[in-house]
Design a protein around this ligand. Structure first.
Ligand SMILES: C[S@@+](CC[C@H](N)C(=O)[O-])C[C@H]1O[C@@H](n2cnc3c(N)ncnc32)[C@H](O)[C@@H]1O
Length: 225
């Protein structure tokens, strides 16, 4: 953290921790106060890009595609989804923490081409779970990256998104033929099984965090039979 400049700090809802945005020499970093290492950075984003591009590539020819992204973070998933989609698409990004949206409207957003300024983007500031509960047959793709994955949650209460009722809620928010995509820092056989038990066909992919070597993250693409 030497030479990191603190640009912003905000409380994490339902937690005693805060989220901090730093600028390093060439990159931005978001960190949870008491956790060593970074939660997100503009240095490593290969799997965040894949979470947006893999499912949206499959619906690129659908007119007026509707996509929901759970968790804005540093905007890489949003930018990757927009890149795959046509002019008639709408991509809603749900972000729990208002400061994260504000940070992305500043210099952080320039790192992935300012996807919040894209006219196809809609921002929902709030809990993606609540938005899903109000949605029925609305989305062609729902791409979820709100935490470290089904395990190792940093926001208390996000476990419901990865539970069977949470998966079924997301499923109900999909249009027929829609796709659910989930990001995780690592494999999770129990979550894979839960997706299948909810009646979904599941493809599990390991994607490099950065470049073509090193750590890999897990992405599940789930569709109805
Ligand atoms: C790991 S980051 C997402 C990274 C993102 N995929 C990217 O491309 O940079 C997780 C984000 O989800 C947000 N978040 C956490 N829980 C949420 C919830 N229940 N609803 C909406 N957003 C949430 C966090 O504030 C954080 O910005």
């Amino acid at each position: 953290m030497r030479n990191w400049q603190l640009l912003g700090e905000t409380a994490i809802p339902g937690s005693k921790e805060s989220l901090r945005l730093y600028r390093g020499k060439d990159d931005f970093f978001i960190k949870i106060t008491s956790v060593s290492g970074e939660l997100m950075s503009t240095r490593k984003f290969g799997s965040e890009v894949a979470l947006g591009s893999l499912p949206c590539r499959r619906i690129k020819n659908r007119d007026s595609a509707r996509v929901l992204i759970g968790g804005l973070g540093m905007g890489f998933t949003l930018a990757a989804a927009l890149k795959e989609l046509g002019a008639g698409a709408r991509v809603t990004v749900a972000e729990l923490i208002p400061a994260v949206v504000e940070w992305n409207r500043g210099p952080l957003g320039e790192r992935c081409g300012n996807p919040l300024k894209d006219p196809r983007t809609r921002v929902h500031t709030g809990d993606v779970h609540k938005l899903l509960q109000k949605s029925e047959r609305e989305f062609d793709v729902i791409a979820m990256d709100v935490d470290n994955g089904p395990e190792g949650l940093t926001v208390k209460g996000n476990d419901k998104l990865y539970s069977s009722p949470g998966i079924l809620t997301a499923q109900r928010a999909l249009k027929p033929g829609g796709i659910l995509a989930y990001w995780s820092a690592g494999p999770d056989p129990d979550f894979h099984d839960r997706l299948r038990q909810c009646g979904l066909m599941v493809e599990e992919t390991r994607v490099f965090a950065h470049g073509k070597k090193g750590a890999r993250h897990t992405i599940w693409i789930a569709t109805l039979d």
